[in-house]
Design a protein around this ligand. Structure first.
Ligand SMILES: [Zn+2]
Length: 466
């Protein structure tokens, strides 16, 4: 069989269809309490949604769907929870045979086999407007580590590379993916945290060829390292972790220039919120070719951020992912909060890999941190939009985030065009209440507006940043 990143599209789809069927029928459908309930509510069975076409029609879900009252404890319902009896019905053949053979001689060790397949052994934090643990089983961590070898090949690294990671010392999926990835790829990695002194010390003591930096903080950190006299001349690859935007990329390049590092390649690495696998840009492109993904381990889609429904065509949309073959917190049709320009199946023009690429990623753009009266709070625009979609008293609406010229604070404005049958003042009151209840936050103002705003940075057809 050809390698994972060179398979023709048809072969990829066939493998994904098989993996999806197993994931939905044998894992998520029976054992994820959230999806078990949701499928029941939708009047569907796991088997009926276990095809590529059918799963794409399922409304996508995000953290607010799983935790509707804003309590992050709700996310536990995404974790696959298999009992011994249910497991025997759904486990894969070889694992099942081993388990059943053990059951005859040692019932306790049968339980151990069930546990090994389903029991979370590690957590990382995820969440955009809230914070909740994402669980991984040992097998999931193996998948993440094995992905490291793939990531290394995309990034053009080898086991001879030595990594210093300046990511914050937080239990986040990026840090876990990078350290397990290095393990799987056979590269040594030192992760001293993101304090400039500690990173400079690490660079002085190990012969780093790869420096991983948080995308939003990379330029400043590079300047600090330069000031501290940290040896950077051996660095050939700088990884900007967190899908850098154009400004962050340019700032990092300029800081490298200032530090006298002229021949390092700057590449993006990104783990979407809730996911565990790291995507990278290929070295051949020198950055900017889009994030290369893993077609046998995940299914990608893009939805209208206002509704969570499938949206074909052009324009910014929200990235949605389904994990194939992961246990622990098993994500199906998961809304990542990232806005992307496209998920393209076209082979990469730079490296020729045939894997889907995610292009034009704006990380967590749908849950921007807004500076409001009570401090900085991440506001879930998808949840706010949820209070507006499909209302009979509205002809149309726009959700606008803008900076107030008066006090420099952010404002969340809802522009509405009431339906002819509705009374304007009633609409204002009802919309205010609806957003308050769906997003847990009152809009700054509900504006009656016949000409809905069109200028600004679009995050979808109904959401604007100004
Ligand atoms: Zn490429």
């Amino acid at each position: 069989m050809s390698s994972w990143d060179r398979r023709p599209l048809a072969a990829q789809s066939k493998a994904a269809a098989t993996a999806l069927r197993t994931q939905v029928v044998d894992v998520v459908g029976p054992f994820s309490p959230f999806w078990r309930e949701r499928l029941k509510t939708l009047g569907r069975t796991a088997a009926s949604v276990a095809t590529l076409e059918a799963v794409a029609q399922l409304p996508a879900v995000g953290e607010r769907d799983v935790c509707p009252d804003g309590d992050p404890a709700g996310a536990a319902a995404l974790v696959v929870q298999a009992g011994e009896r249910g497991w025997a019905l759904h486990a894969e053949g070889p694992v099942l045979r081993r388990g059943l053979a053990r059951r005859l001689v040692a019932p306790r060790s049968y339980a151990a086999v069930v546990e090994a397949d389903t029991r979370p052994t590690s957590f990382v934090w995820a969440g955009l407007a809230m914070r909740f643990p994402v669980a991984s089983t040992r097998r999931d961590l193996d998948v993440v580590a094995r992905c490291g070898a793939r990531l290394w090949s995309v990034l053009g690294l080898t086991r001879a590379d030595v990594v210093v990671s300046a990511l914050p010392l937080l239990p986040r999926a990026e840090a876990q993916a990078l350290s397990l990835g290095a393990l799987g790829a056979g590269s040594p990695l030192l992760a001293p945290g993101n304090a400039p002194d500690a990173v400079a010390e690490a660079l002085g003591l190990v012969p780093a060829t790869v420096l991983a930096l948080p995308a939003d903080d990379a330029a400043e950190l590079l300047d600090d390292l330069d000031q501290a006299g940290a040896p950077l001349d051996g660095v050939r690859t700088v990884l900007l972790v967190g899908a850098p935007d154009d400004d962050e990329r340019a700032a990092a390049r300029a800081a490298l220039e200032r530090a006298g590092v002229r021949d390092a390649v700057v590449l993006a690495v990104h783990v979407p919120d809730g996911h565990r696998l790291p995507w990278g840009e290929c070295r051949e492109s020198g950055g900017g070719s889009g994030l290369h993904t893993y077609p046998d381990l995940e299914l990608l889609d893009a939805v209208d951020p206002a509704t969570g429904e499938r949206a074909d065509g052009a324009g910014p949309r929200e990235l949605v992912l389904s994990q194939l073959g992961m246990r622990g917190t098993a994500l199906l049709r998961w809304r990542t909060g990232d806005v992307v320009d496209a998920v393209t199946p076209e082979p990469c023009p730079a490296c020729g890999r045939t894997v889907p690429r995610v292009v034009g990623t704006r990380r967590a753009a749908l849950v921007p941190p807004l500076s409001l009266r009570d401090g900085v709070t991440p506001v879930d625009l998808r949840a706010a939009a949820g209070g507006l979609v499909g209302r009979p008293d509205l002809d149309d609406w726009r959700l606008v985030v803008r900076r107030s010229p008066r006090d420099g604070r952010d404002q969340l404005l809802v522009h509405v065009r009431p339906a002819a049958s509705a009374t304007a003042s009633d609409v204002v009151t009802a919309v205010d209440a609806a957003v308050r209840s769906s997003a847990g936050l009152a809009p700054t103002q509900v504006v009656l507006d016949d000409d809905l705003p069109a200028d600004g940075h679009p995050l979808g057809s109904h959401l604007l940043l100004r």
